[in-house]
Design a binder for this molecule. Sequence first.
Ligand code: IMP
Ligand code: MG
Length: 181
Amino acid sequence: MAQQNYVIDQMISAKAIAARIEDLASEIEQSFQGTDKLIVVGLLRGSFVFIADLVREIDLPIEVDFLEASSYGDGMESTREVRIMKDLRGKIEGRDVLLVEDIVDTGHTLRFVTGLLKSRKPRKLETIALLDKPTRREVDVKASYTGFEIPDEFVVGYGIDYAQRNRNLPYIGKVRFTDQA
Ligand code: IMP
Ligand code: MG
């Protein structure tokens, strides 16, 4: 199917995102107070902008690592089958870990990845998602911290793509198709 024409309507401004991240970071600081070194794990590729802004607000000793899980391919529908495309570089056994995700949608990705990380026996594991679409949930998972709950809309920007495009928008926008039937 050919790519449809669409426009992007702003949903969450860059300023609102920055303000929310400050609050989330102080909750995280409290939760991980006294940690030897927090390992912040970004789930590629959608979380790359969020993790960059988030870690700069977290005043704790941290390390950053990345994990890539396959999900949507280039479309808008989840395959529901999650595979690890790139694993962590470091060990997390006995460590404090914060998993950073862009969006929790059906929940399959978050459930699979947290299950995998737990099997490696971290001392503590928490999860943060910038966005949550609770009405889309197919499995019962919830991130420890959520930036914004949003309705069932397809969104882009701030690291999040539609067919690999629009990751560089500084805000979160919703995709609105303009093609006539
Ligand atoms: P889940 O496994 O269905 O929860 O899907 C999570 C992943 O699907 C997210 O990390 C995103 O990469 C992708 N995703 C879910 N909703 C959207 C969206 O509205 N725009 C772009 N990607 C999305
Ligand atoms: Mg993703």
